[in-house]
Design a protein around this ligand. Structure first.
Ligand SMILES: [Zn+2]
Length: 303
């Protein structure tokens, strides 16, 4: 009862402070996830479509992805403050995509180390201007405060962070979903945060290299994990079934685009038929699948 009253008081206090705490679920002791909604970028985009969250150790907190706007990052910070007074020592970014990292600036006052793949600074540099312009066009004032904060510490291959009796093992991957993909393994609970190396329910989107991604999926399948937190979609206790479903989509798309090119079909013809066998298995299939096929066609033409 007392705990509940304290919680309500804390919620009210946080609201007075200006931001409503983001809804998060404790999927394993000390691991909190906010599941983004399945919407695409565009007219109704609001910056809250990706899975983001945090891990609480004995001494410190690590944020894993900060959301698609400053406001979402601020709300995530309030959710942390409701649960612990420990310092936010790390803000980890799983890759460059704007729905995962525009909330970084909301943690500036905590003076954390911002951590990312060694190619993340370059990716941010290339995209910062267009990402911010797009965000402002889509969201107007709701984009206020959003900016891309580059990492202050880079992961070349593997980096272990200690939150106090809780180690996080960060691993930088070769080009796959993007060229800056990073996974985070919480050793204590066996929980793997994949970022967008794994999509559940929502159609996977390709912004890197499909062959690289298929290779990474094989490696991810060999990693022991009791729980997997994808970049989009539901947390799962069955990592390899989720990976296999995604592999099937990517392989089907790859085969179909290759066949279209081999048979001398135009890009438009190929786009309208590619991966149709997968259509009913995924959300937002139409737009994302066409975009993927359009990315692949010019690349595979030169195979
Ligand atoms: Zn992504």
């Amino acid at each position: 009862m007392l705990r509940q009253s304290l919680l309500i008081a804390a919620v009210l206090l946080a609201r007075v402070a200006g931001a409503t705490p983001l809804e998060v679920t404790e999927v394993s002791p000390g691991i909190f996830v906010h599941q983004g909604v399945h919407e695409d970028f565009g007219e109704h985009y609001h910056g809250d479509i990706a899975n983001i969250g945090f891990v609480i150790g004995q001494d410190a907190v690590a944020v894993i992805d900060s959301g698609g706007t400053y406001a979402v990052g601020k709300a995530l910070r309030e959710a942390i403050r409701l649960r612990t007074a420990l310092p936010v020592r790390y803000v980890i970014n799983t890759h460059v995509h704007s729905d995962h990292i525009f909330g970084n600036a909301a943690f500036a006052e905590d003076k954390p180390e911002y951590i990312g793949h060694h190619l993340l600074p370059r990716a941010i540099k290339q995209r910062a201007e267009s990402y911010l312009a797009n965000l402002t066009t889509m969201l107007g004032e709701a984009a206020n405060g959003s900016r891309l904060v580059p990492p202050s510490r880079l992961v070349e291959s593997v980096l272990t962070l200690d939150l106090g009796s809780r180690k996080l093992v960060l691993r930088a991957w070769p080009v796959a979903h993007t060229d800056s993909d990073l996974t985070v393994m919480d050793e204590r609970s066996g929980t793997l945060w994949t970022g967008d190396l794994l999509f559940c329910e929502r159609t996977p989107s390709i912004d890197g290299d499909i062959l690289g991604w298929l290779a990474v999926i094989q490696e991810l399948a060999t990693m022991p994990a009791r729980l997997v937190i994808p970049g989009h979609g539901q947390v799962s206790a069955d990592k390899n079934t989720a990976l296999e479903k995604q592999r099937m989509y990517l392989q089907t798309l790859l085969d179909d685009v290759r066949r279209g090119i081999k048979e001398g079909r135009t890009m438009t013809e190929t786009l309208s038929n590619a991966a149709r066998a997968e259509e009913k298995k995924w959300i937002l299939f139409g737009t994302v699948n066409s975009r993927n096929a359009a990315v692949l066609y010019p690349v595979l033409e030169w195979e």
